[in-house]
Design a protein around this ligand. Structure first.
Ligand SMILES: Cc1cc2nc3c(=O)[nH]c(=O)nc-3n(C[C@H](O)[C@H](O)[C@H](O)COP(=O)(O)OP(=O)(O)OC[C@H]3O[C@@H](n4cnc5c(N)ncnc54)[C@H](O)[C@@H]3O)c2cc1C
Length: 191
């Protein structure tokens, strides 16, 4: 898909994209569903996750991540939902506590599209446990697949979308460098 220009076609040419308008993404999504592919993970990567990098990433983060998202070298995911927090996102229990030049991430996520294949995962975590209201203490982190303490659980057996991986993810004392904080600390819920 990357070789043929189907990943993140809206991305600027400076990052390897086609600078195409959103209509191109819409047609692409219509066509892969017209054949019943069930591959919703392409739309998630193209039109949900990578736009977070483009909109909220620093220049350094954009240069690090976006070109490889366009080629397909990086598959992305976003991990918000937990076993006890779905619609009520402010009720998440995953934490990322600041320690010097990194954050220590602990928690678990479920129902994550592209969870098994992802190289980069935007993880929603609480960085301020005392924040009132609770949503003000939430931040976003980009976890890379080789970070020690990150592991994947089951690839969930769903009623449909069988070609799409939907998985559980676990984070145990994952040291996430502060360079991987996406947006400002505490801005995650709004983003
Ligand atoms: C195929 C698939 C892919 C997914 N991919 C991702 C992903 O990539 N990343 C990710 O983070 N999550 C993903 N999810 C999870 C999805 O975001 C959650 O399922 C969703 O947020 C709902 O949460 P829940 O399942 O815990 O249901 P709940 O929040 O427990 O809701 C259950 C039911 O209660 C209703 N309800 C909840 N709260 C209220 C309320 N206050 N008032 C009235 N009714 C209410 C809901 O409408 C729903 O009908 C995926 C889910 C599926 C099925």
């Amino acid at each position: 898909m990357g070789e043929n220009g189907f990943l993140c076609p809206w991305v600027d040419e400076a990052y390897g994209g086609l600078n195409a308008d959103f209509g191109y993404s819409v047609v692409f999504n219509e066509e892969i569903e017209r054949v019943g592919s069930g591959m919703v993970g392409f739309g998630l990567h193209n039109d949900i996750v990578v736009p977070y990098f483009e909109t909220y990433g620093s220049d350094k983060q954009k240069n690090r991540w976006i070109p490889k998202c366009v080629t397909g070298e990086y598959v992305t995911a976003i991990a918000m939902t937990e076993p006890d927090a779905g619609s009520d996102l402010a009720g998440i229990k995953t934490t990322a506590m600041k320690q010097g030049d990194h954050y220590v991430l602990n928690g678990q996520k479920t129902f994550i599209t592209n969870g098994i294949h992802a190289d980069l995962i935007i993880v929603v975590a609480k960085t301020d446990l005392k924040a009132e209201p609770a949503h003000k203490g939430i931040s976003l982190f980009v976890v890379e697949k080789d970070m020690p303490g990150f592991s994947r659980g089951r690839k969930l057996d769903k009623v449909g979308l069988h070609s799409q991986d939907t998985a559980e993810l676990f984070f145990e004392d994952v040291k996430v460098p502060k360079e991987n904080l996406l947006g400002d600390d505490g801005s995650g819920f709004i983003i």
